[in-house]
Design a protein around this ligand. Sequence first.
Ligand SMILES: NC(=O)c1cc2c(=O)c3cc(F)ccc3oc2nc1N
Length: 327
Amino acid sequence: MDLQTAEIRVKELQKLLNQYNYEYHVLDQPSVPDSEYDTLLRELNEMEEQFPKLKTADSPTQRVGGEILEMFEKVQHQSQMLSLGNAFNEQDLRDFDRRVRQSAGDNVSYVCELKIDGLAVSLRYQDGLFILGATRGDGSTGENITANLRTIRSIPLRLNRDISMEVRGEAFMPKSSFEALNKVKAEKGEEAFANPRNAAAGSLRQLDPRIAASRNLDVFLYGVSDTGETGVQSHSEALDLLDTLGFKTNKERQKCANIEEVMTYIQHWTNERPNLQYDIDGIVIKVDSLEDQEQLGTTAKSPRWAIAYKFPAEEVVTTLIAIDLSV
Ligand SMILES: NC(=O)c1cc2c(=O)c3cc(F)ccc3oc2nc1N
C-alpha cells in the first residue's frame, strides 16, 4: 500500500475510533461491539507502525504513553483554581442565598450539581488539541499530569472544533473500579485504598502512565476557565457548550429558580446518593448568570457565587466487642 492510500485509511480509522470512543465513554451508548473497536484499533496500530509519520498525537493509539516520568513538572495555572466554600446545614445555605441576593438581586437563579468526590483537574486545549492537564495544586501552581489524563477515555484528545480553551473538572474512580482494584490489591497482599477519592489521586500520581491507564478512571467537566471567546452568558450554557464540544459532563445538574428548589434538589440526591456509580461528598450550588458571578467576584481563595453543601459525615458504627480472656 502506498503512503497516500495509507494516509486516507489512517485518517478514516482515527475518525471512526475517536467517534466510537466518544459514544462508549462519554455518551455511554456504544454503536459497535468492543470486538469491532479492537479490530479497527489493531489495524490502525499496524498502519501507524508501517507509516510512522501518520501517527498523530490525537490518534486513539496514543492514549497510553511509553516512557515513565522522573517526576511531575510544575504548571502555572492561567487563572487561579479556587476552592469552594462550604455549607453544612440549611441555615448556611440560606445565609449564602441572602448574601447573593443582596448583591445580585432577588431574581438570581442557581445551577445545582453533584459534588463528585475526586480530584480537581484543569485541561488546556490549543486549536482543538489536548495539550496540557494539571492538578489544582495550591491553586496557582499544579502538577503536569497530562500523560496520565490522556489515558482517561472520556477526555477527548481533540475537540470537534479547533477552539483554544481551558476547562476544569473532577477526575474520579467509579465505585465498581474501586472495588475491583481493592480486590486485586488484597489478592496481592497490598494495602487497599481507603476510598475512591484516594484511589483516583493515587492513580493520577503514578509516574508510569500504564498504571494510570489500568485504573479505569473517569472525569466530569464542570467549568470553562475563560468563557471570553465562547460568548456564553450563563454557567448552564457553558455546560451545554462543553457537551457540544465532546466533553463528559454530569447529566444530573439542574437549574433552580430559588433556594427552595435547591433544598429540594439536595433532599433528592441525599436519598439517591447510594445508587450512584460514583462517590459524591455534597452538592455544588452556583449562581447561573455569568454577569452576576462577575459582580459577586471571589475572595482570595473561594468564589462568592458558589458554595458546596457537604453531606453530614456518615457516622461509622463501630461495635466494640469485649472478649473475656480470663476464662
Ligand atoms: N467536585 C465537583 O463536582 C465540583 C467542584 C467544583 C469546584 O471545585 C469549583 C471551584 C471553584 F472555584 C469554582 C467552581 C467550582 O465548581 C465545581 N463544580 C463541581 N461540580
